[in-house]
Design a protein. Structure first.
Length: 753
């Protein structure tokens, strides 16, 4: 039986006419003969939309018996936008592709959009390569086929996915299924980034807002099994059909509710329907969790009542029908999906540090949990004239550890924190808020650039490697940078501090920090994964780590002092404070630092430091007269074409070391490299090879070296990375080659390094 495929947009074109860089990279990787199990079927361009589509067929590794009907060969469409502001979207082209977990919501009955990542695009694209992208798709299909993509210990998925609005609902408004649901007044706090945040308050005529815009009503639907739906309901009629069970009929219940509101003063406001879905896992009858969703109608309460057949107007007055008109079911009442959050009320503890005031112009990037507390600790001590940059809104789950209070819910964190800072010192220069993502500032780029340019100190609290590198390499400012963040479990605080004249920028210090993580005994397990997570909303990415509040508060106090020390000192530093979660006893690890080196090689930048250069020389000297070598460990930043060379795994036990020959073995190597990746939360990985030359020979590559480099090039190119090799010789000389190897294309490390 012939397979049917969905019809794709655009016009068919040749692969060599593609304009979008990532589209060209995928086409090149697929057609270059380096990737097995994938074929390029077609390329398309969507006129006027700056979109290109690649249609590929991939072979799926799957057993004979599968949990989900994934075929051995699946056809997929990769949709890429020229602005590169979000993930390449992967659509299943085959009609009848199964409804499985980890699909993005769509508005098309037949379209299935694969959810491949649980990190932001800014995090993903720094290491995104076309080969890795294709392999991730194949892994998604293989795991989905056997039902292992969604783990048993992972929370149940959402019924539908959210959109532009957020709705904050007080916990007191949620009733048990057998009780009458509340009606809530709702006000809107608009947002520049999104449509806005809807704040619901319990119905109270005494405190009803003067300009009521929305009203909400809560319903309890019948139980649902774990999984997703094909598409979001677009009309009230579709929603009623979706939630209807033998025990629950939304249309019937809504008609009853609306009739009761006829004289309640809410006919001219928009209606929000909030529904609780009890969720079950598999065939288990027990309800595991109640998933709550909200749907915003485009009509007033009066219009909704009219279009579900309960009333109409006569002589300007609303008159109810004796019985509803059954044919009117809200088919022309369109809906918007709203992501609900539940309010969380608590006061934030505040301590004054009692230290001297500092007038430095200071920029804080990322004012989440620890960032907000550090800033307010410093403010209470009179430190800084502040500019606060953050693109998130404050939501209820943030209150567990954030310094701000519930009256800021729905407003940008930057604005509320700046207002809070300003409230401390009414007669002095107020703080400035810039609600923006520093990686994509959009229309406020000039304002962000000016803030950095005029600052004396830039504090990075984002806990984001892309943001840290952006501040180090892309921001034009004489200001010193300091990065402070917690490890995944919240037990350790890390401070990475540049020197006053910035000879050792953040990104180079970051590399030395990761080397300490794998070498310093006191940092064993420092970056271990935090298994304790809290899912605060519906998306795969709406996950917050569970970290004891007392550790965040304690580390924020330590961090505030670290900022003061950074401002008053001259040298660079990397320091880790480890706190015992039970006793709160704190120990300190100071990471030894070494001179950083940066070199340009064939359009790439290599970043390393003197320790590694000296270490390779020492390893060479210990094995003379034989040659020796090993693998190089480091990090890639592909958008900036930068390679960070951090450490080495020295010659495995099965290597052959002779006076004029070195053949690197592999005994235990894969396990050690994998362990290094685990120890550094996936940041450090294999990046290349090195070997030594004996006395009497320079560092110029031999024919064997050229052949080896060619083999490395084939292997690394297939993975989307450049080949890298270092040759270490006598007299403290070494030559480093990246991307290509010839006698004149490497970096000759200065002899006096």
């Amino acid at each position: 039986m012939a397979l049917e495929y969905i019809e794709l947009r655009g016009d068919s074109v040749e692969a060599d006419t593609l304009d979008i860089p990532r589209a060209r990279q995928i086409a090149s990787a697929v057609t270059g003969g380096r990737l097995d199990f994938v074929r390029l079927m077609e390329c398309r361009k969507v006129a006027g939309a700056s979109i290109e589509i690649l249609v590929v067929e991939v072979e799926v590794e799957r057993p004979q018996v599968v949990v989900n009907p994934i075929r051995r060969v699946e056809r997929l469409a990769v949709v890429l936008a020229a602005d590169d502001e979000t993930y390449p979207e992967v659509l299943a082209v085959r009609k009848g592709f199964p409804v499985v977990p980890h699909l993005n919501i769509t508005f098309d009955e037949d379209t299935r959009s694969l959810c491949l990542y649980d990190q932001s695009w800014d995090e993903v694209k720094a290491r995104w390569t076309a080969p890795a992208f294709i392999e991730r798709i194949r892994r998604w299909l293989a795991d989905t086929a056997i039902g292992s993509l969604h783990r048993e210990d992972q929370p149940l998925e959402q019924v539908v996915a959210g959109s532009g609005y957020s709705l904050v609902v007080p916990w007191s408004a949620i009733k048990l299924a057998d009780e009458a649901a509340a009606r809530l007044d709702v006000v809107l706090i608009p947002s520049d980034e999104h449509l806005g945040t809807l704040i619901a308050i319990p119905l109270s005529p005494e405190v009803r807002p003067k300009k009521l815009q929305f009203t909400a009503s809560l319903f309890f639907a019948g139980s649902r099994h774990h999984g997703v739906i094909r598409r979001a309901p677009r009309t009230l009629e579709e929603l009623c059909e979706f939630v209807r069970t033998e025990e629950f009929d939304l249309l019937v219940e809504l008609r009853k509710r609306v009739m009761g509101w006829k004289d309640d003063g809410c006919l001219d406001v928009s209606l929000i329907i909030v529904i609780a879905f009890p969720l079950q896992r598999g065939d288990v009858a027990t309800v595991e969790v109640t998933d709550t969703w909200a749907f915003l109608t485009t009509e007033t309460v009066y219009e909704v009542g009219k279009r579900i057949g309960v009333w109409d107007k006569s002589d300007g007055k609303v008159g109810a029908f004796l019985a509803p008109i059954e044919m009117l079911k809200g088919a022309d009442v369109t809906l918007g999906v709203v992501r609900p959050h539940f309010s969380f009320s608590r006061s934030a503890a505040a301590r004054a540090s009692g230290v001297d005031a500092v007038d430095a112009k200071t920029v804080a990037v990322g004012v989440g949990a620890i960032g907000s507390q550090i800033v307010l600790n410093l403010v209470r001590g009179g430190f800084g004239h502040w500019t606060v940059i953050d693109n998130d809104e404050l939501l209820p789950h943030n209150l567990a550890r954030h310094a701000l209070l519930s009256d800021g819910i729905g407003w940008p964190k930057a604005a509320v924190l700046a207002a809070t800072i300003s409230s401390f010192f009414q007669d002095e220069q107020p703080a400035t808020a810039i609600p923006a993502n520093v990686l994509q500032p959009g229309g406020v780029k000039e304002k962000v650039d000016a803030a950095f340019r005029e600052s004396e100190l830039i504090l990075d609290f984002s806990a984001s490697v892309p943001v840290s590198r952006h501040l180090a390499r892309d921001v034009h400012s004489d200001a010193r940078r300091v990065s402070l963040f917690l490890n995944p479990r919240g037990s350790d605080l890390v401070c990475v501090r540049e020197d006053a004249i910035r000879t050792m920028p953040l990104d180079g210090l970051e590399a030395q920090y990761y080397r300490a993580v794998i070498r310093h005994p006191s940092l064993s397990g420092h970056l271990a994964v935090n298994e304790a997570r809290t899912r605060y909303a519906r998306s795969c990415r709406d996950v917050s780590f569970s970290i004891p509040t007392h550790l965040v508060s304690m580390h924020s106090a330590i961090a505030a002092q670290a900022v003061r020390m950074s401002y008053s000192s001259e040298g660079a530093a990397v320091r880790v404070w480890h706190a015992d979660p039970s006793t709160c006893a704190v120990s300190i690890v100071d990471v030894p630092l070494f001179t950083s080196h940066r070199a340009q090689i064939g359009g790439w930048t290599v970043v390393t430091d003197q320790w590694l250069i000296d270490h390779l020389q020492q390893l060479r000297a210990e094995r003379l007269p034989n040659e020796t070598g090993g693998v190089l460990i480091g990090m890639y930043d592909l958008p900036r074409r930068t390679v960070y060379v951090v450490d080495t795994v020295h010659s495995p036990a099965d290597s052959k070391e002779k006076p004029t020959l070195y053949i690197r073995g592999c005994e235990g190597l894969e396990e050690r490299v994998a362990a290094i990746g685990t120890e550094t939360a996936g940041e450090l990985e294999y990046i290349g090879e090195w070997h030594s030359h004996p006395d009497g020979f320079d560092c110029a590559p031999s024919n064997d070296d050229l052949n080896l480099f060619a083999n490395i090039t084939d292997r690394m190119t297939a993975a989307g990375y450049p080949a890298f090799m270092a040759i270490v010789g006598q007299h403290k000389r070494s030559a480093w080659f990246l991307g290509m190897m010839a006698s004149d294309c490497g970096w000759n490390v200065p002899q006096n390094s």
